[in-house]
Design a protein around this ligand. Structure first.
Ligand SMILES: CC(=O)N[C@H]1[C@@H](OP(=O)(O)OP(=O)(O)OC[C@H]2O[C@@H](n3ccc(=O)[nH]c3=O)[C@H](O)[C@@H]2O)O[C@H](CO)[C@@H](O)[C@@H]1O[C@H](C)C(=O)N[C@@H](C)C(=O)N[C@@H](CCC(=O)O)C(=O)O
Ligand SMILES: Nc1ncnc2c1ncn2[C@@H]1O[C@H](COP(=O)(O)OP(=O)(O)OP(=O)(O)O)[C@@H](O)[C@H]1O
Length: 443
C-alpha cells in the first residue's frame, strides 16, 4: 500500500507580472495557488538568495490549506533547503498552527509528522533593508490601534493586506496612506474537495500565511519591520487535545511570534524584524485605546464574516457570532451605549437569544468558542464590570449572567482580573528603541 505524502514544489516568482506560483501534490492530485504581488519590485532583491529562501518558506506555510485535505504523516519539500531552526518552524506551523483542525477532526498528529527536505548549512547574507514598517491591516480594532500608536510615535509605515475587502479597504482609506495589497488565489479544486466525503476541512493559521506573504513584500519593497497587532490574550488556547493546547489563534500567539521572528531575522542576516506592537495589552485594554478615537467607528469591523473568500453581502457586524459578542462586551465598559449601538447597529446585550454565546465566552458554559476572542476571565471580568454600570446593569444578558458569574468566580477574583486587564505585560518582542517611543497614554 502506498503511503500518502504531501509534496511541496519549489515556487516561482515572475517579477514582470508580480505573480508567485506555488505547486503542491497529494497522491496523484496537483494543486496550484498564486499570489499577485504589486509590480515594480527591486530586481536585485527578487534574485537574491534571501528572497528565494523566504519564497521557499512561504510555499511550505501556504501549503497547509492543501495538506489538510488528507493530513498525511509525511511532508516532502525536496527542492527547498531548510536550516534546523526552519525545520522546527515548519513542524510548528503544521502541528500547532493546525491544532484546531486536528482537535475538531479528532486527528492525532502531534509529534508524528515527518518532514523530508535538504539541509541548508549556508550562512545567510545580511540583506540591508530600509528603516520603515509594513503593518498588516485586518479591518478590525487591533490593527487600527497599532496605526494610532505608530502615528503618535512618528514611525514611517505602510498598511499591508492580503485579499483586502470591506472593512480592510474602508479602514485603509481612512488611514490615508497608500497601501501594499496582495491578491491570493486558492486552488478551486481544493475548496471543492474539502466539501467531499473522504477529505478533511477546517481552520488554517491565517496569520502565519499572511505574515509569510508580508515577509516576501518586505524584501521586494524594502521594509525592515513587519509590525503585527496581536494581543496578549491570543496566547490562551481553546481546548486540551492530544496532550497539547489547541488554539484557534495559534499563529497570533507569543510562542509563534518568537519562532517566526527568529526565523525571519536569521534568514535575512538579522535585517528583518517581526513583532506585535500590541503584545503587552489585553483585548480589554486595546478596547480602551480604540475608544479614544472615533474616526474609524463606521469603517472598521472585527466580524470575520466580512472576510470569506466568496465575499459578504450583510452588515459590517453580523451581531450573531461569538466575535461580535465578545467585541461588544469589551467595548461596553469604555463607550457610551449610543456610540456602541451606533457601531453595531443594535444592542447585543439586549438579545436574550444570545445568552448561551455570552455564557461560553465567560466560561459559564461549554468551551471557549473557536473564534478570535479574548480570554475567558477577561470576558467574565468585563461582564462583571457592566453589572456595576447603571447604563448596562439592567440589560437582559447582564441580569441573567450576574448571579452565575459571582457564584463561579467570586467578586474578589473578578475585581482582580479587571485590574490585571489594564496592566501592561513586559513579555513582548518590541525592540527597545521603539518601545521607548510608544506611549498608549498619548492616544
Ligand atoms: C473568514 C473566515 O473566518 N473563514 C473561516 C471559515 O471559513 P468559511 O468556509 O466560512 O469561509 P472562507 O474563509 O471563505 O473559506 C472557504 C474554504 O476555504 C478554505 N480555506 C480558506 C482560507 C485559507 O487560507 N485556506 C483554506 O483552505 C476554508 O477551510 C474553507 O473550506 O471556517 C474555516 C474552517 O474553520 C476557517 O479556516 C476560515 O478561516 C480563514 C482561514 C481565515 O482567514 N480566518 C481568519 C479570519 C481567522 O480566523 N483569524 C484568526 C487568526 C488565526 C491564526 O492562527 O492566525 C484570528 O483573527 O484570530
Ligand atoms: N487580510 C489580511 N491581510 C493582512 N493582515 C491581516 C489580514 N487579516 C488580518 N491581518 C492581521 O493579522 C493579525 C490578526 O488579525 P485580527 O483579526 O486579530 O486583527 P484586527 O482585524 O486588526 O482586529 P480584530 O481582532 O478586532 O478583528 C493582525 O496583525 C492583522 O492586522
Amino acid at each position: 500500500m502506498s503511503v500518502t505524502t504531501f509534496l511541496i514544489d519549489k515556487p516561482a516568482f515572475d517579477i514582470a507580472t508580480g505573480i508567485v506560483r506555488f505547486d503542491y501534490g497529494l497522491d496523484d492530485r496537483r494543486f496550484c495557488e498564486t499570489l499577485e504581488l504589486p509590480k515594480g519590485a527591486d530586481p536585485y532583491a527578487a534574485q537574491s538568495p534571501t528572497f528565494q529562501k523566504l519564497l521557499g518558506l512561504a510555499a511550505i506555510v501556504l501549503g497547509v490549506s492543501y495538506f489538510k485535505l488528507l493530513a498525511p504523516l509525511q511532508i516532502a519539500a525536496p527542492d527547498i533547503a531548510l536550516t534546523e531552526e526552519e525545520r522546527e518552524f515548519v513542524i510548528d506551523v503544521y502541528e500547532n498552527g493546525l491544532g484546531e483542525f486536528y482537535a475538531r477532526n479528532n486527528l492525532r498528529r502531534f509529534g508524528k509528522l515527518s518532514l523530508v527536505a535538504p539541509a541548508d548549512n549556508h550562512r545567510p547574507e545580511v540583506f540591508k533593508l530600509r528603516d520603515r514598517a509594513l503593518v498588516p491591516i485586518g479591518g478590525g480594532k487591533d490593527s487600527l490601534v497599532s496605526v494610532e500608536l505608530l502615528q503618535a510615535a512618528e514611525v514611517d509605515f505602510t498598511p499591508f493586506a492580503v485579499n483586502p475587502k470591506g472593512p480592510i479597504l474602508s479602514s485603509v482609506s481612512e488611514i490615508g496612506i497608500p497601501p501594499i495589497y496582495v491578491t491570493r488565489t486558492l486552488d478551486k479544486e481544493m475548496i471543492r474537495l474539502s466539501k467531499e466525503p473522504g477529505f478533511y476541512n477546517g481552520h488554517v493559521p491565517s496569520t502565519a500565511i499572511n505574515s509569510m506573504i508580508a515577509a516576501l513584500c518586505a524584501i521586494l519593497f524594502d521594509y525592515d519591520r513587519i509590525v503585527l497587532s496581536n494581543e496578549r490574550s491570543a496566547s490562551e488556547g481553546n481546548v486540551a487535545f492530544d496532550g497539547r493546547e489547541a488554539n484557534h489563534q495559534y499563529s497570533k500567539s507569543i510562542a509563534f511570534e518568537s519562532i517566526i521572528g527568529s526565523v525571519l531575522a536569521n534568514a535575512t542576516g538579522g535585517s528583518l524584524q517581526y513583532f506585535s506592537i500590541l503584545r503587552p495589552y489585553s483585548e480589554a485594554r486595546i478596547a480602551t485605546l480604540f475608544a479614544r478615537e472615533t474616526k474609524y467607528d463606521h469603517v472598521f469591523s472585527s466580524c470575520n464574516r466580512n472576510f470569506r473568500l466568496a465575499g459578504h453581502e450583510g452588515p459590517l457586524w453580523c451581531g450573531e457570532c461569538p466575535k461580535c459578542h465578545f467585541v461588544f462586551l469589551i467595548f461596553a465598559p469604555v463607550m457610551s451605549k449610543e456610540r456602541l449601538t451606533g457601531i453595531f447597529g443594535k444592542d447585543l446585550l439586549a438579545q436574550p437569544e444570545h445568552e448561551h454565546s455570552f455564557r461560553e465566552l465567560t466560561g459559564l458554559a461549554g468551551q471557549k468558542p473557536w473564534e478570535c476572542v479574548g480570554e475567558i476571565l477577561e470576558a467574565a471580568a468585563c461582564l462583571y464590570e457592566l453589572t456595576k454600570r447603571p447604563e448596562w446593569a439592567d440589560e437582559p444578558i447582564v441580569q441573567r449572567l450576574k448571579p452565575d458569574l459571582l457564584a463561579q468566580y467570586g467578586q474578589s477574583q473578578l475585581e482582580f482580573a479587571l485590574a490585571e486587564l489594564m496592566a501592561d505585560s513586559s513579555v513582548h518582542h518590541i525592540p527597545q528603541s521603539l518601545a521607548a517611543r510608544i506611549s498608549p497614554h498619548a492616544l
